[in-house]
Write a protein that binds this ligand. Structure first.
Ligand SMILES: NC(=O)c1ccc[n+]([C@@H]2O[C@H](COP(=O)([O-])OP(=O)(O)OC[C@H]3O[C@@H](n4cnc5c(N)ncnc54)[C@H](OP(=O)(O)O)[C@@H]3O)[C@@H](O)[C@H]2O)c1
Length: 441
């Protein structure tokens, strides 16, 4: 039996890949997308959910979890519609793959495999990530909560960041000697650069959408509320020398590049990145969307169990004090990602036409009713429009958008795109010269 027979390829398949699927928001995205797909998509459509994990044990456990979730959903539907289980189960297919974003070769291997075995991709949700923090400044944390609870629970300034963290070497040792290679920032690589390469290699699959259908492949990049402008240093985009904000820097880079990917100023670099030489009626350029999950209770910041409970309580209090950015549970935190993954193309296009390209966040009301909410981005506002002003949900460093700030944002985006494209090409050459690159075609 060929291994291709194990790979689901249903007719009318909707192919969604999620990175970091085995825990936290990744799991929330996987379970939520099953629910929403079954509720909102026509019966002739099937979901192919491609989960990616760093090892098979985590992959098997994730498959077990999502299968159990699907069984639970079916049981609920059975109560109102006996016999529907078979139909529902036939519409959801799972597949698991290996991906370590800190290994560029791992990114290439997965991409090659997908390109050889998958007819197309509709959505890639770049969710995996690390915080790179080493602890908390406790006195500052306590003081921050006592002074301004909501602020402290939404935009913490008391996390202590690891400094100078670099990913393990990409090139194998030769004759017992390590290869000379430039450092690759660890947080930068896990949160941004690994996904950046993945998006590049998967672009041809994401592009397989005939123009006549009016749909586009979607690359969904996960950012954060903590993507402060001042944390991104144009001379150190990898955040290696950053004193206290490698994570925030990687998220600001995500915002800047994701949002400027639609502007004419970056079109050369973006076209090169999306690598679509054979533009035909059967292909459409994929689009990049930026999202964030608000504040969700996961183990991205490791705490002793008792403090984890305290953290969750602190989040609920923040919500009840008026924070819209505390979805807290995994499924609610995943609302923005899943909405971006499943919304009709015409809905997204119309919203962007009316209000500009934006950063889409998971939010809730006092009662925990989740919704998707535009989020302010420093230098861009809510949609790149001057004069737009919403009071709610602004970060402590927020300033009203000016023409100069808007221009600077665009200029920074252009620089970042050029730098990232150069870095991608440099690393591809380096892997090739070391004889370990995985060639795609
Ligand atoms: N939680 C929040 O409140 C919050 C807020 C803003 C943004 N975010 C963003 O949301 C995303 C998910 O975070 P989370 O809170 O769900 O964190 P989490 O529970 O720690 O999950 C992170 C996931 O990423 C995977 N991962 C980490 N490093 C990886 C690598 N090198 N290669 C492949 N996978 C890797 C982890 O896999 P392993 O199990 O193998 O480590 C895990 O599945 C991140 O991008 C984070 O920045 C979260």
């Amino acid at each position: 039996m060929s291994y291709l027979e194990d790979i689901p390829q249903p007719e009318n398949g909707y192919y969604v890949l999620v990175t970091g699927s085995n825990s936290g928001l990744g799991l929330g995205i996987c379970t939520r997308i099953i629910d929403e797909f079954l509720q909102t998509r026509p019966q002739i459509e099937s979901l192919v959910l491609i989960i990616t994990t760093r090892d098979k044990k985590k992959g098997d456990a994730t498959i077990e979890t999502v299968e159990a979730h699907l069984r639970k959903v079916c049981r609920q539907h059975e109560r109102t519609l006996p016999g529907v289980t078979q139909l529902l189960q036939g519409r959801i297919h799972f597949r698991q793959e290996r991906l370590d974003l800190l290994s560029l070769v791992s990114v290439q291997k997965l991409s090659k495999k997908l390109r050889e075995t998958t007819p197309k991709l509709d959505v890639v949700i770049c969710n995996a990530g690390i915080g790179g923090w080493t602890g908390l400044n406790w006195p500052l944390a306590v003081w921050s909560f006592l002074r301004r609870w909501r602020m402290a629970a939404s935009w913490p300034t008391y996390k202590i960041s690891g400094k100078g963290w670099v990913a393990r070497p990409q090139l194998p040792a030769k004759d017992g000697q390590p290869h000379e290679e430039p450092a690759l920032g660890e947080v930068f690589c896990a949160n941004f650069f690994g996904h950046y390469l993945l998006g590049h290699y998967l672009a041809p699959l994401l592009a397989r959408h005939p123009r006549s259908q009016g749909t586009r492949g979607r690359l969904i990049w996960t950012s954060s509320l903590e993507a402060y402008a001042h944390t991104l240093n144009i001379n150190d985009l990898q955040g290696i020398t950053s004193e206290d904000a490698a994570y925030e820097s990687s998220k600001r880079l995500t915002d800047v590049m994701g949002i400027t990917s639609r502007l004419p100023a970056t079109s050369n670099a973006v076209d090169q990145y999306l690598d679509l030489p054979d533009q035909s009626a059967d292909t459409t350029k994929p689009l990049i969307y930026v999202t964030h999950p608000g504040i969700t209770a996961t183990t991205i910041f490791t705490l002793p169990l008792i403090l984890e409970y305290a953290m969750v309580i602190a989040f609920y209090v923040a919500r009840w004090l008026g924070s819209q950015w505390h979805p807290i549970t995994l499924e609610k935190g995943a609302v923005a990602m899943v909405w971006l993954a499943l919304a009709k193309q015409s809905t997204l296009d119309t919203m962007e036409e009316k209000e500009g390209v934006g950063k889409w966040g998971s939010a809730t009301d006092f009662w925990g009713q989740e919704r998707v909410e535009r989020t302010e981005v420093s230098g861009w506002g809510w949609g790149g429009r001057l004069g737009e002003y919403k009071r709610k949900g602004r970060d402590p460093f927020a300033k009203d958008l000016t023409k100069e700030e808007r221009e600077k944002f665009e200029e920074t985006g252009k620089r970042c795109w050029e730098e990232m494209e150069a870095l991608r090409c440099e690393w591809e050459d380096r892997l090739r010269q070391a004889g370990i690159a995985v060639e795609m075609e």
